[in-house]
Design a protein around this ligand. Sequence first.
Ligand SMILES: [Zn+2]
Length: 116
Amino acid sequence: MNFEERNEIHAKEYGELTDAELMAMLEDRHMPTVIPPCRVCGEPLDIGACGGGKPTVWACSPLEEDPDAPGTLRLKSGRDRAEGSGGHYSESRITDGRHADPYVMELVRRYGEVTT
Ligand SMILES: [Zn+2]
């Protein structure tokens, strides 16, 4: 769903929504977010912070598993353990405030089967 479609739906009272609009809104809100790769280096992002009812923060970790010492971490080449603001880590940060909910998605899927 794009920005305009979402705005159009938000402008309506709940009771005015068509079933299709309501389902589209639920799907848009509750499907799992696809986390893009790091915008600095293109590597997959790691979870930087989560829990406590706050949105999940993803970021490009400066650490990686050390292949010479399994179970331990080493600094990635070219990275700094204390990357400050403006560094690779903070540049790569994204916040995912959505609430992916597989129960809602299953309900949307079953409803779609019943009504189509
Ligand atoms: Zn990166």
